[in-house]
Design a protein around this ligand. Structure first.
Ligand SMILES: CC(C)(COP(=O)(O)OP(=O)(O)OC[C@H]1O[C@@H](n2cnc3c(N)ncnc32)[C@H](O)[C@@H]1OP(=O)(O)O)[C@@H](O)C(=O)NCCC(=O)NCCS
Length: 205
Protein backbone atom coordinates (compact mmCIF):
# COMPACT_ATOMS: atom_id res chain seq x y z
CA UNK A 1 0.00 0.00 0.00
CA UNK A 2 1.48 3.31 -1.07
CA UNK A 3 0.67 5.06 2.17
CA UNK A 4 2.61 2.50 4.17
CA UNK A 5 4.04 4.06 7.30
CA UNK A 6 7.59 2.88 7.84
CA UNK A 7 7.25 3.72 11.54
CA UNK A 8 4.90 0.79 11.86
CA UNK A 9 7.27 -1.75 10.42
CA UNK A 10 10.04 -3.87 11.81
CA UNK A 11 8.90 -3.52 15.38
CA UNK A 12 9.14 -7.20 16.19
CA UNK A 13 12.49 -8.88 16.42
CA UNK A 14 12.49 -11.96 14.17
CA UNK A 15 15.67 -13.09 15.92
CA UNK A 16 13.72 -13.52 19.15
CA UNK A 17 10.82 -15.22 17.39
CA UNK A 18 13.12 -17.58 15.52
CA UNK A 19 14.82 -18.47 18.80
CA UNK A 20 11.60 -20.28 19.71
CA UNK A 21 11.93 -22.71 16.79
CA UNK A 22 13.73 -26.01 17.30
CA UNK A 23 16.56 -25.97 14.76
CA UNK A 24 17.40 -27.47 12.39
CA UNK A 25 14.10 -27.71 10.55
CA UNK A 26 14.28 -30.76 8.30
CA UNK A 27 12.63 -31.57 4.98
CA UNK A 28 12.99 -34.73 2.85
CA UNK A 29 16.39 -33.72 1.46
CA UNK A 30 17.37 -30.51 3.24
CA UNK A 31 17.74 -28.82 6.56
CA UNK A 32 17.42 -25.22 7.64
CA UNK A 33 19.31 -23.58 10.51
CA UNK A 34 20.13 -20.10 11.81
CA UNK A 35 23.10 -18.51 10.06
CA UNK A 36 26.03 -17.28 12.14
CA UNK A 37 29.02 -15.04 11.47
CA UNK A 38 31.01 -18.22 10.82
CA UNK A 39 28.95 -18.72 7.65
CA UNK A 40 30.39 -15.54 6.13
CA UNK A 41 32.65 -17.22 3.59
CA UNK A 42 30.00 -19.75 2.65
CA UNK A 43 27.40 -17.07 1.89
CA UNK A 44 30.03 -14.95 0.17
CA UNK A 45 30.93 -17.89 -2.10
CA UNK A 46 27.64 -17.42 -3.99
CA UNK A 47 26.81 -13.78 -3.24
CA UNK A 48 29.98 -12.59 -4.95
CA UNK A 49 28.78 -14.06 -8.28
CA UNK A 50 27.06 -11.67 -10.66
CA UNK A 51 24.67 -14.37 -11.87
CA UNK A 52 23.47 -14.87 -8.28
CA UNK A 53 23.29 -11.21 -7.27
CA UNK A 54 21.84 -9.92 -10.56
CA UNK A 55 18.41 -9.34 -9.04
CA UNK A 56 19.39 -8.96 -5.38
CA UNK A 57 19.34 -5.69 -3.46
CA UNK A 58 23.09 -5.32 -3.49
CA UNK A 59 26.15 -6.88 -5.06
CA UNK A 60 29.57 -6.46 -3.52
CA UNK A 61 32.73 -7.56 -5.25
CA UNK A 62 34.74 -6.95 -2.11
CA UNK A 63 34.46 -9.49 0.69
CA UNK A 64 34.99 -7.01 3.53
CA UNK A 65 32.36 -4.65 2.13
CA UNK A 66 30.02 -7.62 1.86
CA UNK A 67 30.72 -8.63 5.45
CA UNK A 68 30.08 -5.09 6.72
CA UNK A 69 26.75 -4.87 4.86
CA UNK A 70 25.41 -8.38 5.09
CA UNK A 71 26.80 -9.86 8.26
CA UNK A 72 25.30 -7.40 10.70
CA UNK A 73 23.45 -8.82 13.70
CA UNK A 74 20.11 -7.71 12.21
CA UNK A 75 20.71 -9.39 8.86
CA UNK A 76 22.15 -12.55 10.38
CA UNK A 77 19.13 -12.70 12.67
CA UNK A 78 16.88 -13.14 9.66
CA UNK A 79 19.16 -15.38 7.59
CA UNK A 80 18.75 -19.14 7.53
CA UNK A 81 21.21 -21.50 5.92
CA UNK A 82 19.91 -24.26 3.66
CA UNK A 83 21.99 -27.44 3.84
CA UNK A 84 22.02 -30.83 2.17
CA UNK A 85 23.99 -33.58 3.93
CA UNK A 86 25.74 -30.93 6.03
CA UNK A 87 26.88 -28.84 3.03
CA UNK A 88 25.38 -25.41 2.36
CA UNK A 89 23.31 -25.07 -0.81
CA UNK A 90 21.82 -21.61 -0.26
CA UNK A 91 20.18 -19.19 2.12
CA UNK A 92 16.68 -18.11 3.05
CA UNK A 93 15.67 -14.75 4.52
CA UNK A 94 12.75 -14.68 6.94
CA UNK A 95 11.86 -11.17 8.06
CA UNK A 96 8.92 -10.38 10.33
CA UNK A 97 7.07 -7.14 9.59
CA UNK A 98 3.93 -5.37 10.72
CA UNK A 99 0.79 -5.41 8.59
CA UNK A 100 -0.23 -2.07 7.12
CA UNK A 101 -2.86 -0.70 9.45
CA UNK A 102 -4.57 2.56 10.26
CA UNK A 103 -3.06 4.28 13.27
CA UNK A 104 -5.91 3.49 15.65
CA UNK A 105 -5.52 -0.27 15.12
CA UNK A 106 -1.80 -0.42 14.34
CA UNK A 107 -1.04 -2.41 17.49
CA UNK A 108 -3.27 -5.23 16.23
CA UNK A 109 -1.23 -5.58 13.05
CA UNK A 110 2.20 -5.81 14.60
CA UNK A 111 4.47 -8.71 13.71
CA UNK A 112 1.83 -10.58 11.73
CA UNK A 113 3.49 -10.99 8.39
CA UNK A 114 6.72 -12.46 7.13
CA UNK A 115 8.77 -11.57 4.10
CA UNK A 116 10.73 -14.37 2.47
CA UNK A 117 13.76 -14.16 0.20
CA UNK A 118 15.87 -16.96 -1.31
CA UNK A 119 19.22 -17.60 -2.86
CA UNK A 120 20.68 -20.89 -4.07
CA UNK A 121 24.29 -21.43 -5.05
CA UNK A 122 24.16 -21.83 -8.85
CA UNK A 123 25.32 -25.46 -8.79
CA UNK A 124 22.27 -26.29 -6.65
CA UNK A 125 19.52 -24.79 -8.79
CA UNK A 126 17.26 -27.02 -10.87
CA UNK A 127 16.70 -29.72 -8.23
CA UNK A 128 13.62 -28.33 -6.53
CA UNK A 129 15.57 -27.36 -3.40
CA UNK A 130 14.13 -23.84 -3.28
CA UNK A 131 10.60 -25.21 -3.67
CA UNK A 132 11.17 -27.73 -0.89
CA UNK A 133 12.63 -25.21 1.54
CA UNK A 134 10.12 -22.42 0.80
CA UNK A 135 7.28 -24.89 1.39
CA UNK A 136 8.90 -25.68 4.76
CA UNK A 137 9.30 -21.96 5.48
CA UNK A 138 5.61 -21.35 4.78
CA UNK A 139 4.71 -24.10 7.24
CA UNK A 140 7.06 -22.55 9.79
CA UNK A 141 5.49 -19.13 9.28
CA UNK A 142 1.87 -20.22 9.47
CA UNK A 143 1.98 -23.14 11.90
CA UNK A 144 4.89 -22.35 14.22
CA UNK A 145 5.01 -18.55 14.11
CA UNK A 146 1.30 -17.84 13.60
CA UNK A 147 1.76 -15.37 10.74
CA UNK A 148 -1.37 -14.20 8.90
CA UNK A 149 0.40 -13.36 5.62
CA UNK A 150 3.67 -14.21 3.89
CA UNK A 151 4.94 -12.12 1.00
CA UNK A 152 7.88 -11.75 -1.35
CA UNK A 153 8.91 -9.29 -4.06
CA UNK A 154 11.07 -9.63 -7.12
CA UNK A 155 12.00 -7.94 -10.37
CA UNK A 156 9.50 -9.05 -13.02
CA UNK A 157 12.49 -10.22 -15.09
CA UNK A 158 13.54 -12.64 -12.34
CA UNK A 159 11.53 -15.47 -13.83
CA UNK A 160 13.11 -18.20 -11.67
CA UNK A 161 12.02 -16.35 -8.54
CA UNK A 162 8.38 -15.69 -9.44
CA UNK A 163 7.96 -19.17 -10.89
CA UNK A 164 9.10 -20.48 -7.51
CA UNK A 165 6.48 -18.31 -5.79
CA UNK A 166 3.78 -19.73 -8.04
CA UNK A 167 4.95 -23.32 -7.41
CA UNK A 168 4.46 -22.87 -3.67
CA UNK A 169 1.01 -21.31 -4.06
CA UNK A 170 1.77 -17.62 -3.66
CA UNK A 171 -0.46 -15.22 -5.59
CA UNK A 172 0.78 -12.38 -7.78
CA UNK A 173 -0.95 -9.38 -6.28
CA UNK A 174 1.22 -6.52 -7.48
CA UNK A 175 2.73 -5.57 -10.81
CA UNK A 176 4.54 -2.27 -10.54
CA UNK A 177 5.48 -0.75 -13.89
CA UNK A 178 8.92 0.73 -14.45
CA UNK A 179 9.23 1.34 -10.73
CA UNK A 180 12.51 -0.38 -9.84
CA UNK A 181 15.93 0.90 -10.84
CA UNK A 182 18.37 -1.90 -11.65
CA UNK A 183 22.09 -1.36 -11.13
CA UNK A 184 22.49 -1.63 -14.92
CA UNK A 185 20.69 1.73 -15.14
CA UNK A 186 17.36 0.46 -16.50
CA UNK A 187 13.96 0.94 -14.87
CA UNK A 188 12.24 -2.42 -14.49
CA UNK A 189 8.84 -3.79 -13.54
CA UNK A 190 8.40 -5.47 -10.16
CA UNK A 191 6.11 -8.24 -8.93
CA UNK A 192 4.71 -8.71 -5.44
CA UNK A 193 3.44 -12.12 -4.35
CA UNK A 194 1.70 -13.20 -1.15
CA UNK A 195 -0.27 -15.96 0.49
CA UNK A 196 -2.63 -15.66 3.45
CA UNK A 197 -2.75 -18.19 6.26
CA UNK A 198 -6.24 -19.31 5.23
CA UNK A 199 -5.12 -19.90 1.65
CA UNK A 200 -2.12 -21.90 2.83
CA UNK A 201 -4.21 -24.09 5.17
CA UNK A 202 -6.72 -24.69 2.35
CA UNK A 203 -3.87 -25.89 0.12
CA UNK A 204 -2.81 -28.44 2.73
CA UNK A 205 -6.21 -30.17 2.57
C1 LIG B 1 15.34 -18.04 -7.40
C2 LIG B 1 16.06 -19.37 -7.28
C3 LIG B 1 16.25 -19.75 -5.82
C4 LIG B 1 15.18 -20.45 -7.96
O1 LIG B 1 15.93 -21.65 -8.07
P1 LIG B 1 15.33 -22.90 -8.89
O2 LIG B 1 16.39 -23.92 -8.98
O3 LIG B 1 14.71 -22.42 -10.16
O4 LIG B 1 14.14 -23.42 -7.98
P2 LIG B 1 13.99 -24.87 -7.34
O5 LIG B 1 15.16 -25.18 -6.51
O6 LIG B 1 12.66 -24.90 -6.72
O7 LIG B 1 14.06 -25.84 -8.61
C5 LIG B 1 13.06 -25.80 -9.58
C6 LIG B 1 13.61 -26.41 -10.85
O8 LIG B 1 14.09 -27.70 -10.55
C7 LIG B 1 13.32 -28.67 -11.26
N1 LIG B 1 13.15 -29.78 -10.33
C8 LIG B 1 13.91 -30.91 -10.32
N2 LIG B 1 13.54 -31.70 -9.32
C9 LIG B 1 12.52 -31.08 -8.67
C10 LIG B 1 11.73 -31.41 -7.55
N3 LIG B 1 11.93 -32.56 -6.87
N4 LIG B 1 10.78 -30.54 -7.13
C11 LIG B 1 10.58 -29.38 -7.79
N5 LIG B 1 11.31 -29.02 -8.88
C12 LIG B 1 12.28 -29.86 -9.31
C13 LIG B 1 12.05 -27.96 -11.68
O9 LIG B 1 11.50 -28.53 -12.84
C14 LIG B 1 12.57 -26.56 -11.92
O10 LIG B 1 13.27 -26.52 -13.13
P3 LIG B 1 12.82 -25.51 -14.32
O11 LIG B 1 12.99 -24.13 -13.79
O12 LIG B 1 13.76 -25.85 -15.42
O13 LIG B 1 11.38 -25.84 -14.59
C15 LIG B 1 17.45 -19.34 -7.99
O14 LIG B 1 17.25 -19.05 -9.34
C16 LIG B 1 18.40 -18.31 -7.41
O15 LIG B 1 19.03 -18.52 -6.36
N6 LIG B 1 18.55 -17.14 -8.10
C17 LIG B 1 19.54 -16.11 -7.68
C18 LIG B 1 19.11 -15.35 -6.46
C19 LIG B 1 17.78 -14.65 -6.66
O16 LIG B 1 17.55 -14.03 -7.68
N7 LIG B 1 16.92 -14.75 -5.63
C20 LIG B 1 15.60 -14.16 -5.66
C21 LIG B 1 15.60 -12.71 -5.47
S1 LIG B 1 13.93 -12.07 -5.55
Amino acid sequence: MAANDQDHRDTRDEGELLDKIVWPVRTDRLSLRRATADDADTIWSWRRLEEVSRWLTFWCTDRDEFAAKHLTAARLGRTLLIERDGAAVGELMLRITDAWAQAEVADHGKGLQAELGWVLAPQHTGHGYATEIVEAALRLCFVDLGMRRVFADCFADNTASWRLMERVGMRRELHSVGESLHRDGTWRDGYGYAILAGEWFDRQR
